[in-house]
Write a protein that binds this ligand. Structure first.
Ligand code: PBG
Length: 361
């Protein structure tokens, strides 16, 4: 006997379709769950029900906080194109990292502002274990050993031309650059860096770095590959912060960073980096590339990190500062968009602000 015939209450009261004898709600052509029985607004009617049915959640554990470090003591230099962001000298940076730990942020990403006097054509200072980023890594790990430390591998903060690699006759040389990046990665891991993040977009660098780290006994050091990194104008304020903007001048990075027109290529880059040993992959910039994040997550199902880059941060700050947008609300909405798109973690300069807003509820 059909299931509906066993339902005695229904037997008596349920209006039936003449032809099929089915209860009318199940009759052909009458979709289940249609208005007026279904009212989508019921699940939206109060904060508690919205909280129960939310598909994505945002919290301090989602964030990696990028911080800029500079030589000196007691130095906090505001970055004009990134309101609210400073370059910190090492001991002040450590204070920021402690605050991040208290807020529940699991990891920070450290970026150096290198004294122009220490920059060279080939960026050798990147390999100096006493450079400012290595000193910062050591200080952070000593003060907050449970905090994850992520560091870029790329030469741009250290080169006089602001390119990420070794330049000869106007060309960025791939294999020569990879060789140097391997050493930079090793030096940073030996200073205590937990996660090496190659942001240079040279071919083959993930595998070469993995081999170098393994050969040096650093099998536990992770690699977060900037796999799908686009040649983007949204990096402008970051280049001010690390002091590579002036060095780069009118030049661009289009011969190694990706063309914003491409997504299939991003998937190939991700596949290559995973095959070479990347533990996590990154899509960058973030908000204009949410489609790429979604495709990466669906295709590979691997830890996928989004970089909410400097220009994205500054856009919201600028509009918020003029009263054109409610900064707090658009910030949380933007960060949630990353989670909805499938990102597991988000690098964002607004990590601490977001933690405060989320704690306020
Ligand atoms: C350096 C690097 C850049 C960013 C992260 N690492 C800039 C660039 O490639 O020119 C950008 C981060 C941001 O804009 O917030 N290779």
């Amino acid at each position: 006997m059909a299931y509906w015939r066993t339902c005695r209450m229904g037997e008596k009261t349920m209006p039936r379709d003449r032809e099929t004898e089915l209860p009318r709600y199940a009759a052909p052509g009458r979709p289940l769950g249609a208005y007026p029985r279904l009212r989508a607004r019921r699940n939206r009617r109060a904060g508690w029900t919205r909280a129960l049915v939310a598909e994505s959640r945002l919290g301090p554990q989602d964030f990696i906080w990028p911080l800029f470090v500079v030589d000196g003591e007691g130095v906090s230099q505001p970055v004009p194109s990134m309101p609210g962001v400073c370059r910190w000298s090492v001991e002040l940076l450590v204070e920021r990292v402690r605050e991040a730990g208290d807020a529940g942020i699991p990891a920070v990403a450290l970026f150096p502002y290198v004294d122009p006097a220490l920059k060279t054509h080939d960026g050798e200072h990147a390999l100096d274990p006493e450079n400012v980023v290595c000193r910062a890594i050591r200080a952070v790990k000593a003060a907050a050993p449970e905090m994850g430390v992520v560091c870029d591998v790329a030469l741009d903060p250290f080169t006089t031309h602001g390119q990420d690699g070794i330049v000869r006759d106007g060309q960025i040389l791939n294999d020569e650059t990879v060789h140097v990046l391997c050493e930079q990665a090793r030096v940073q891991v030996e200073a205590g860096c937990d996660v090496i993040a190659p942001s240079d977009m040279m071919d083959g660098r993930v595998g070469a770095i993995r081999d170098t780290l393994d050969a040096a006994g650093h099998e536990d050091a992770s690699i977060l590959a900037y796999s799908a990194k686009y040649a983007s104008a949204f990096y402008g304020p970051f280049r001010d912060a690390v002091g590579s903007a002036g060095a780069l001048g009118a030049a661009d990075k289009k011969t190694y960073q990706m063309d914003p027109a491409n997504t299939e290529e991003a998937l190939r880059e991700i596949a290559a980096d995973l095959a070479e040993g990347a533990d996590m992959v990154m899509v960058k910039p973030g908000l204009p590339y949410l489609d790429v994040i979604r495709r990466v997550k669906e295709r590979f199902g691997v830890p996928t990190v989004a970089y909410n880059v400097s220009g994205e941060y500054s856009m919201l700050k600028a509009a918020g500062g003029r009263g054109w947008l409610d900064y707090d609300l658009v910030l949380l909405e933007s960060l949630m968009a990353f989670k909805r798109a499938g990102a597991d973690a988000i690098l964002t300069y607004a990590a601490m602000e977001a933690c405060e807003l989320l704690a306020e509820g």
